[in-house]
Design a protein. Structure first.
Ligand code: UD2
Ligand code: MN
Length: 344
């Protein structure tokens, strides 16, 4: 009997010892993993923050400061805005003017707006690459301002204009937009937006989630069908951290094509998974256009796409050089003009 109890106890004791040992090993392994992960995040954050620091902190009495005091008093906006309408019929008036669009949006200043009734869940910068598409820009501004207001966002619209008539570079313009917009505000979310795509359904939320989002499931010109499964063109939403993590877009795509697939590969290399709205929600009208002069098909694009995993660290936000010609705070958008061909 005695022998049995001793045996029993020591057996239990040994079991306990084994269990404690296992716990220690698991604890040690996971703590190493998390320390690694935690060290990564501040590094990225510091860099993005330092990009914005100079100007955000430098400008006294900006909209940001006043907004901060105001926002502190408000409750958070609901996760679904009560102002959403769903699918709407878009009208494009041939004789629309910028003055009319300004008059329709008296509460938008310097391209910015935030809800009065609540504190927006995200600060969202809309970045639009642009050259010689004034009419498209006008239509987009007309539809996008009320659309974003119905979604109760704290948003700003930036148009990044490429000066001169040499080869167009959509992706590099969007990198510039990200870097320059962060000088105004520490935006949570960036929407990379073609000038000629107008969203038809305001349930298509212009905000960021824990994975990058592709907001164009379909457009009128392709029967509202997804062009191919990896398609990542037109309008995409990436958080400040997601875009920073992949080092932004490549700067090396001159002319039409490939830069959207390059960004998708960057996202996939970082084990992120692209999400999309439902097909009936991710619907856009693309205003008809022909291929622009200076944006001819880039025949190098396939070669570039084969190099992504090798070059993404050195080609992107970290190497985006440009000559900033002007930043104009217009009533309905911030206009950033850059030159890619003379020394920065
Ligand atoms: C597709 C993609 C687009 C991009 C492009 C290839 C869709 C809906 N869009 O657009 O995201 O990947 O293929 O590069 O699939 N732009 C100007 N001025 C110019 C040239 C271009 O403003 O002279 C801007 C403008 O914002 C335009 C965008 O670049 O919307 C894309 O160029 P596009 O509209 O000529 O190309 P598209 O429609 O084939
Ligand atoms: Mn287009």
């Amino acid at each position: 009997m005695n022998f049995n109890v001793t045996f029993h106890l020591s057996y239990r004791f040994r079991l306990l010892l084994l269990f404690t040992l296992c716990l220690t090993v698991v604890g040690w392994a996971t703590s190493n993993y998390f320390v690694g992960a935690i060290q990564e995040i501040p590094k990225a954050k510091d860099l993005v923050a330092s990009l914005s620091k100079g100007v955000v902190l430098g400008k006294k009495g900006t909209v940001t400061d006043e907004a901060f005091v105001e926002k502190a008093k408000l409750d958070n906006c609901p996760s679904v805005s009560p102002h959403l309408k769903g699918q709407t019929k878009l009208v494009f008036k041939p004789d629309l003017t910028l003055e009319e669009v300004q008059a329709e949006n008296p509460t938008v200043h310097r391209g910015r707006h935030r809800p009065e009734e609540c504190r927006a869940l995200q600060r969202v910068a809309i970045l639009i690459p642009h050259r010689h598409r004034e009419k498209h820009l006008l239509y987009l501004l007309e539809h996008l301002h009320p659309f974003l207001q119905r979604q109760q966002l704290d948003y700003g619209i930036y148009v990044i204009h490429q000066a001169g008539s040499k080869k167009f570079n959509r992706a590099k313009l969007l990198n510039v937009g990200y870097i320059e917009a962060l000088k105004d505000e520490i935006w949570d979310c960036f929407i990379f937006h073609d000038v000629d795509l107008v969203p038809e359904n305001d349930l298509n939320l212009y905000r960021c989630e824990d994975q990058p989002r592709h907001l164009v499931v379909g457009r009128n010109s392709t029967g509202y069908r997804l062009r191919y499964s990896g398609y990542f063109g037109g309008v995409t939403a990436l958080s400040r951290e997601q875009f920073f993590k992949v080092n932004g877009f490549s700067n090396n795509y001159w002319g039409w094509g490939g830069e959207d697939d390059d960004l998708r590969l960057r996202v996939e290399l970082h084990r992120m998974k692209i999400t999309r709205p439902l097909p009936e929600v991710g619907k856009y009208t693309m205003i008809f256009h022909k291929r622009d002069q200076g944006n001819e098909v880039n025949i190098e694009r396939m070669n570039l796409l084969h190099q992504v995993s090798r070059v993404w660290r050195t080609d992107g936000l970290s190497s985006c050089d440009y000559k900033l010609l002007s930043v104009n705070y217009n009533p309905l958008y911030v206009n950033i003009t850059v030159d890619f061909w003379s020394d920065p």
